[in-house]
Design a protein around this ligand. Structure first.
Ligand SMILES: [Zn+2]
Length: 262
């Protein structure tokens, strides 16, 4: 069961929902019983006008809530399904504090700097960068889970097949810090560090100096960007790159490294 299936199952367990015979599917705006019939769950209606591009306006029947009146009357801990979908990730962590299965993926989203997202936004309307970070969270949860299981089973595996290497994953990310605030970059770095601590490898293509400064090994490509690039300028630890006289990255990295509290 996915994240939204779990939320729908909670609503279906509300006594009023059971009395009315509403199943979990009722709380999806893809179901004809649950959604607003006027906008068919879209929350907006398309307006076709002669000689003008098609415009979308908010649905008057449901006020953009996407569900019909019967569905919205069911409240879980005081909130309708529409109100729950409007919660931000940070608010939802509070709201679902006793629902571990819901809270854990939300905490992982928060850890990659996505606490401002509304639950209703988690999927098709995401920007490329956000979608990539969500993919990262999914991998991260899977990676950490398998790492924990591996640790538990390591003795057993080694006893059965001595010398057999334990499975490790390789994560390749392209500019995961794009559009992130500085605090969120620090959180992302912490998440990547957890992956490395769990025995995985992370390769990041990145311009962000705060992330670069945390790497174990840097391959600096240059000398310039675009057509002026494509060559390995320098490689080594952040300290070695910072000491390199021709690396542009090194020159900027020197400043970042000296700014950091000891
Ligand atoms: Zn509607």
């Amino acid at each position: 069961m996915g994240f939204f299936d779990d939320i729908r199952a909670l609503f279906a367990l509300v006594p009023e929902a059971r009395m009315r015979g509403y199943g979990p599917g009722r709380f999806s705006f893809n179901s004809s019983q649950g959604r607003c019939p006027h906008c068919e769950g879209a929350g907006v209606v398309k307006m076709e006008m002669n000689f003008l591009p098609t415009a979308s306006v908010g649905c008057e029947a449901c006020g953009g809530k996407r569900f019909n009146a019967g569905t919205l009357e069911i409240r879980y801990q005081g909130k309708s399904i529409a109100e729950v979908l409007q919660l931000s990730v940070a608010e939802a962590i509070e709201f679902f504090t006793h629902q571990t299965r819901l809270r854990r993926p939300l905490e992982a989203l928060r850890d990659t700097g996505l606490e401002y997202l509304q639950l209703g936004q988690i999927s098709p309307t995401l920007s490329g960068g956000e979608a990539q970070r969500i993919k990262l969270v999914t991998h991260l949860l899977g990676g950490l889970k398998s790492a924990a299981i591996e640790r538990e089973n390591a003795d057993l595996i080694l006893r059965k097949a001595p010398g057999r290497p334990l499975p490790r994953d390789l994560f390749v990310l392209e500019e995961p810090t794009l559009g992130l605030h500085i605090q969120d970059v620090r959180r992302l770095v912490a998440v990547l560090q957890r992956l490395v601590d769990a025995g995985h490898s992370v390769i990041v293509i990145e311009h962000n100096l705060d992330l670069i400064a945390e790497a174990d090994w840097i391959v600096d490509m240059g000398l310039e960007g675009g057509a002026g690039g494509g060559q390995v300028v320098a490689e080594g630890t952040p300290e070695q790159i910072a000491a390199d006289p021709i690396s542009h990255t090194g020159r900027h990295l020197r400043r970042t490294l000296t700014q950091q509290p000891a």
